[in-house]
Every structure is written in C-alpha cells, then in structure tokens.
Design a protein around this ligand. Sequence first.
Ligand SMILES: NC(=O)c1ccc[n+]([C@@H]2O[C@H](COP(=O)([O-])OP(=O)(O)OC[C@H]3O[C@@H](n4cnc5c(N)ncnc54)[C@H](O)[C@@H]3O)[C@@H](O)[C@H]2O)c1
Ligand SMILES: O=c1ccn([C@@H]2O[C@H](COP(=O)(O)OP(=O)(O)O[C@H]3O[C@H](CO)[C@@H](O)[C@H](O)[C@H]3O)[C@@H](O)[C@H]2O)c(=O)[nH]1
Length: 484
Amino acid sequence: MVKICCIGAGYVGGPTMAVIALKCPSIEVAVVDISVSRIRAWNSEKLPIYEPGLDDVVKKCRGKNLFFSNEVEKNVAQADIVFVSVNTPTKTSGLGAGKAADLTYWESAARMIADVSKSSKIVVEKSTVPVKTAEAIEKILTHNNKGIEFQILSNPEFLAEGTAIADLFDPDRVLIGGREETQGGLKAIKTLKDVYAHWVPQERIICTNLWSAELSKLAANAFLAQRISSVNSISALCEATGANVTQVSYSVGKDSRIGPKFLSASVGFGGSCFQKDILNLVYICECNGLPEVANYWKQVIKINDYQKKRFVNRLVSSMFNTVSGKKIAILGFSFKKDTGDTRETPAIDVCKGLLSDRAHLIIYDPQVAEAQMMMDLSLPKFDWDSQPGSPMQIPTDESVSQSVKVVHNAYEATKDAHAICILTEWDEFKNLDYKKIYDNMPKPAYVFDGRNVVDVGKLRQIGFIVYAIGKPLDPWLKDMPAVA
Ligand SMILES: NC(=O)c1ccc[n+]([C@@H]2O[C@H](COP(=O)([O-])OP(=O)(O)OC[C@H]3O[C@@H](n4cnc5c(N)ncnc54)[C@H](O)[C@@H]3O)[C@@H](O)[C@H]2O)c1
Ligand SMILES: O=c1ccn([C@@H]2O[C@H](COP(=O)(O)OP(=O)(O)O[C@H]3O[C@H](CO)[C@@H](O)[C@H](O)[C@H]3O)[C@@H](O)[C@H]2O)c(=O)[nH]1
C-alpha cells in the first residue's frame, strides 16, 4: 500500500487529500498539522473549513484510509510521498517585504523531512511557491544526506474555494513538474501521475520541468486576476458613459478567443492567493532585472485597490458626502460566496473605509464568525506598495468594537439602516424581500451592490436609490459630486 502524508491541513491540504483518499482506496493518506485545534476540528463533526461537498467526502474516508493527526514526524517518516501544503504568505519584514513569499513554514517543513526520513521519498510542492524553490528544497534535503534519495516534484493546486470539491473531482488539468532529465525524476513523475490517473483522464495530466510547473501556477493566477481588473477598469468607464458592464463583458466574452468566464465586474477580487501570488511574481521579475514586466503585473493590484476605494467614495458621495453616524448594513463579508474565508476579502477595505468616515456598520454573513470579522477589522492594514523607509502597516481605528455590530440575518442587518452594501454574492441576497426591507429603512434608502446580484430595475421601482458596479447611474447619483 502506498502511503501519502500531507503536511498542512488547511484549505488545500484537507480537501485535496480527502479527494485522493476517496478516489484511491488502495492509498493510505495522513494529513498532519502543527495546529492542534485544526486537527481536532478535522476529526470532529464540524470541519474547520466550510466547503460544499467536503463533509460527505471526509465522512466516507475518515478512519478508513484518511487520517488527520498532529503526529507530524511519525507520519512523515512512514510516507512514500510527502505533500507539503503549508502556507506561503507575503513577507511582511526584511528583504522583499511586501512582495516576496515568506518560505519560513516551507523551509521548516523541509528541514523536518530531512531530519526524520529513514527511507527514500518523493516530496511534492503543493503550496504555491516562487520559481526555483524546488532547487532550494533539494539543497536542504540532500544536505543532510544519509544515503536516502529525495525526488522533488512541483504539483501546484488550482482549486478555487467554494468549488474545491468539484474542481478536484474534475480538474481542467493536473500539473506535475519534475526532473525530466533524470531516470529518478521520470520515475517520480510517473508515481504521482499514477495517483491522479485513478480519476483524472491521462490527457489532462500535464508533465513539465520543475520551473515551468512552479511558474505556471503564478502565471495562471496573474492571468485570472488580470481579467477581473480589466473588466473592473471598464466598469468605471461604463458608469461615466452610460454603458452597462454586464452587456459589455457578455459581448466581449462571446469572442471565443476571450471566453465568458472570469469577466464579472465586482467591488474587487479577494482571497488568499491572487494578490499574494502577483506580488510574488512582481518580486521575481524585479529580482531578474525585468522592471517593465514587474510594473505591468503591479497594475493589476493597483486597479483592484482603486476599485475598492472607488466603491467607498461612490457610497459616501451619494449620501451627501458623509456617512458619519449613519447605519450601513453590510451583506456578506467573505471574499466570495460558499466560503467562510475572509483572507484579503474586499469587505475589509470597504468596511475600514466606511469606518474611517465614522459610519456604524451592521454586518451579516452566513458563514463568517463574529470574532473573525472583528479581528479582520481591528488588524492594521498591510500596505504592499509602501515606499522604502515608510511603515508597512497602516494603523487602524481602535473604535471598531463600538462602531460594528454583527447580526444573524439580512433583515436584522438592514432594519433602520440608511444604506445596504452588498459585498459578497451569496445566493440568499438575490431573493430577499426587498419591499419589506425598504419599508424598514429611513428614506432615501440606498442599495450599493458590489457584486451585481440584485435586480436594479425592480429595486428602483420599490423606491431604492441603487448603485451597481458598472451599471448606468441612478439619476440621483448623477447629480452627486464626481467620484475620483
Ligand atoms: N486556499 C486556496 O484556495 C489555495 C489554492 C491553491 C493553492 N494554494 C496554496 O496552497 C498553500 C496552502 O494554502 P492554504 O489556503 O491551504 O493555507 P492554510 O493556512 O489554510 O493551511 C496551511 C496549514 O499549514 C500548517 N503548517 C504550517 N507550517 C507547518 C509545519 N511546519 N508543519 C505542519 N503544519 C504546518 C498550518 O498550521 C496551516 O494549518 C499556499 O501556498 C497557497 O498559496 C491555496
Ligand atoms: O469574474 C470574477 C471572478 C472572480 N471574482 C473575485 O475574484 C476572487 C477570487 O475568486 P476565485 O478565483 O473564484 O477564488 P480563489 O479561491 O481565490 O481561487 C483562485 O486562487 C486559487 C489559489 O491559488 C487558485 O487555485 C484558483 O485557481 C483561483 O481561481 C473573489 O473575490 C471573487 O469574488 C470577481 O470579482 N469576478
């Protein structure tokens, strides 16, 4: 029986290993983590992450060929294949701060693998890492040479949160990079390919050299995020001209060379990956003497920051240039629907922008816990674009707990609110009883739809003043001061 161990029981490690266990009953899979609370949750009825379909998969395999454990070293020592799926956040201090990936967790995992291994292993980079990380990992592993052979593979993950199980069951492609130039490398590639071949058609398993696999992951995220910033930049022009961004992106996406996916204008992209991975790409370009390429990709993030700022400015200027003391209902806080993850969610920047104008926020999200929201809003904002010598952290307002209330449904959030701000596209926000909501709000009552989920015409008929990203402006908003 092949034994797999995955270091890191997070959003990637947990679901990915659960699906491997489900699809490969002959493989024993151990998922290990240093976090005691995370492992306890993976072994409980309430899993540590919300992901549609995940509970079912875990229930089918847990205790059979899928195990979650804090016994990191023991499980690594026994494994034939070790996946490393630890976090690789952006560095916040030192060389490359604000852009480079922080490989502290990765390095410590690699050192531990070298220390505890007594038999040859395939070590798989599952985390998203800078190009050439495999070379550094090889050095760490072979430095402690005890006559053991380590083969390094890059097998980046392409799942998106909220659709992780569907993405893992039916991936567009699985990418495996390895040392194609050596017999050992080719054998390792084949071993991992055989694991995926249990359910992924052969033609969707792509084998490349190590550096192509590492770079493809960063490039894929950069291309995806670039589409969103492109359509978001056009949304600003739509508002200025009377064009409708939904019609524009539909028309543009009908060109088969462009395609329809990932062209929805929004208040901005969030999530733990896009910004982090583009900054990483920017840093690699700078280190390789390619400032023009670095600046090209930086612009994708700058437009994303601009879109969030534009949304806050539009809201404040529409409400007579102040939200001081006004109640704003925030519907949705996670970075997209069907996840409770709030990492880099645009809601953080939007809420902080409103708080800085002294608004009172009443927040509702179906999956995000109150403590998480309060922590996100209390932590200082990290400034990725700070100039050398200036502080990386922008201090936050300390009065968050006095100005923010978290409630348990949309009706409670919107009662007596001056405005509604939709920041996540949860399905339930499409079908709310907006007439009832309107009746419970002071007038004029506003809706600022950052996800284009509401029927603008219907809400305007009810009496709402509606702003929706990239849609022709409400006559009321046209008369308000221009938005920078
Ligand atoms: N979240 C996503 O949708 C997604 C998708 C594709 C790729 N990725 C990449 O996958 C990697 C993991 O992302 P994530 O969202 O799962 O992160 P995460 O923070 O949810 O999980 C990482 C886990 O690793 C554990 N860990 C850290 N160091 C450890 C060590 N030395 N030993 C044992 N456990 C350790 C942490 O305790 C944590 O539970 C990142 O590189 C990310 O960029 C993420
Ligand atoms: O047309 C669109 C599509 C997405 N978004 C936003 O973009 C962000 C990211 O969404 P998505 O890409 O669906 O979720 P992630 O879980 O961040 O997944 C991305 O990041 C992962 C981590 O690297 C990759 O594995 C995935 O392939 C890649 O899609 C979210 O805030 C979305 O609301 C838009 O605003 N408009």
